[in-house]
Design a protein around this ligand. Sequence first.
Ligand code: ATP
Length: 288
Amino acid sequence: MLATVAAVAGVVVRGLHKGFGPITALAGVDLEVQPGTVHGLLGPNGAGKTTLLRALLGLVRLDAGRIDVEGVVAGFVEVPGAYPYLTGRQNLEFLAALDDDPGDVSEALDLVGLMDRADTKVSGWSLGMRQRLGIAAALLRRPDVLVLDEPANGLDPQAARSLRQLIAGLTADGLTVLLCSHDLAEVDALCEDITVLLAGRVAWTGTVSELRARPGRSVLTTSDDVLARQLRPRAMAATDDADGGLVVLGDTAAVDAYVLTLAQHGVAVRSLRQESLPLEEAFLELTR
Ligand code: ATP
C-alpha cells in the first residue's frame, strides 16, 4: 500500500516568521502534530494558514524559525494542479517521472478511488475527482506527512464524506495529516487536535474535545433581571439575548454558583437553558 509508511512521523514547528513586504503572515508560530493523527489548522481568512502549509511543503523561504519533520512531506495548497488535456493516469505518470523513487501510479489511483476514470481526460472531471487526483499525486511521493489545504472545498456532501473516509483511512495506515479547513464539521469529524491561527499567531491549540469543553453559554430568565444582571460576575457576562434572556458564560460549576447567588438574593430562576458550545461557537469566540 502506498499509504503505508515505514515509521510514523510527526511535525514540530518552532518560531516561524514570514513577512511579505509590510505584511506579516506568520509572527512566531509554534506547532506540534502528533504522528499518525489528523491535525486541523483553522483560522479566519488571512490568518496565515496557507503560508504555514507552504512553509511545510518548502514553498516559501522563511524569515526565521525551524520545521522538523521525520520523513517526507507532500500535499497541496489552494487547488491541486493537473493538466486538463491529459488523463488522470498520464498526469500521475508525468509526476512519477520527475521523482527518484515514486510510488506506483495504479496503486495511487486505486487508493483514492479513481481507477474507473483513470484513463479519461481530467478536463471532464468533477471537482471531487480533481481533489482526489491531488491526493494521489501527493501519495506518489510516499509521504509520511500529508498537507491538505481545504480538500473538501466545493464538494457536495456525498463527495466530501467520501473524501473524509479516504483521509481517515490514510491515517489509519499511519500517515500524519495536517488539514487546513474552514469546514468545522469536517474538522470535528476528522481531527484529533486543532490549532487556531489568528493574524499569524497561534490563538489556541489543543484537542477537539478541549475546544468543545470551553466555557459554555447559558440563557436564563429570572423574576428580577435587573438585580440578576447586577449579581452576574463580570467574567461571566455576555451580550444578552434580544428577547430578554440573560446570558452567562461559564462552566457548569460557575453557572450553579451563580444560580445559588440569585436564590440567596431572592431572585427566582424561571428558566435556564444551557447551550452546549459547539465547535463553531468556540471558534468564533477564539477569533472574535
Ligand atoms: P485564507 O483562509 O483566506 O486562505 P490564510 O489563513 O491561508 O487565508 P495566507 O494565505 O497564509 O492566509 O495569508 C496570510 C497573509 O499573508 C495575508 O495577509 C496575505 O495577503 C499575505 N500573503 C500571503 N501570501 C502572499 C504573497 N505571496 N505576497 C504577499 N502577501 C501574501
